[in-house]
Design a protein around this ligand. Structure first.
Ligand code: ATP
Length: 212
């Protein structure tokens, strides 16, 4: 059987419960051998509020995935000393895994809505399949027309016919209203976040005095 590899990119500032449950549902629902979390390199534009460094975001991802052997971390975007585009990362992975491997890229519904602003976005479908985790408020009818067209054309209901790339699959996982932005605000306000962040990650945040 061909390798089935899932890729999940994000800022992970910090990695949280919604990320982890979607990574696990991604592995389960698509019967993937492995899901690689790929923390983004340091954003180059200035951002509001306290943020973690790339090294700290990487540390937190490593702590969060330690208990699940299917989840791994891929450091390539953090190590790259220029902005990393998803399409470039997928090109590299495709070259490494070979043409026959099933490659899946996971996004949340909000990222799907922004897909056509990504560099060479249509090439994503030549390189990989796309899995989408619903986010509260996601409405396919509200997608930009060029993305909605792909959303309609690329969904396959018969999943016995799996392909190396080119399809779109919405996850069955119910949406969960949680974002890193909200968690950073809750941490800054000293509000409880237990249950929303992995305990080892939360201990790290407290130790490093992050998001204060
Ligand atoms: P921020 O609030 O800082 O923008 P975030 O919580 O959206 O962060 P990211 O690291 O930016 O987290 O997200 C990585 C990926 O995970 C994106 O594709 C995003 O759409 C998805 N994602 C994050 N939270 C959820 C959620 N609650 N439901 C579905 N997808 C999510």
């Amino acid at each position: 059987m061909n390798a089935r590899v899932g890729v999940f990119g994000g800022t992970f500032d910090p990695v949280h419960h919604a990320h982890l449950r979607m990574a696990r549902a991604f592995a389960d629902e698509l019967a993937l051998d492995e899901v690689r979390l790929i923390p983004a390199g340091q954003p180059y534009h200035r951002q509001e509020g306290p943020r973690a460094s790339a090294a700290q975001r990487l540390d937190m991802v490593k702590l969060a995935i330690a208990a699940d052997a299917r989840l791994t971390v891929d450091e390539r975007e953090i190590r790259r000393h220029r902005p990393a585009y998803t399409v470039d990362t997928l090109r590299e992975l495709r070259a490494e895994l070979g043409a026959a491997a099933e490659l899946w890229f996971l996004v949340g519904g909000d990222s799907l809505a922004a897909l056509s602003s990504w560099k060479d976005w249509r090439e994503l479908f030549r390189l990989a399949n796309l899995a989408v985790a619903m986010r509260p408020g996601f409405d396919p009818a509200a997608l930009p027309p060029e993305v909605r067209q792909e959303w309609q054309a690329r969904q396959v209901s018969d999943f016995s016919n799996r392909t190396a790339s080119g399809t779109i699959r919405p996850l069955a996982l119910p949406p969960l209203d949680l974002s890193a932005t909200r968690l950073r605000a809750q941490l800054a306000a000293d509000e409880p976040v237990e249950g929303l962040i992995d305990p080892a990650v939360l201990a790290y945040i407290r130790r490093q005095r992050l998001y204060r």
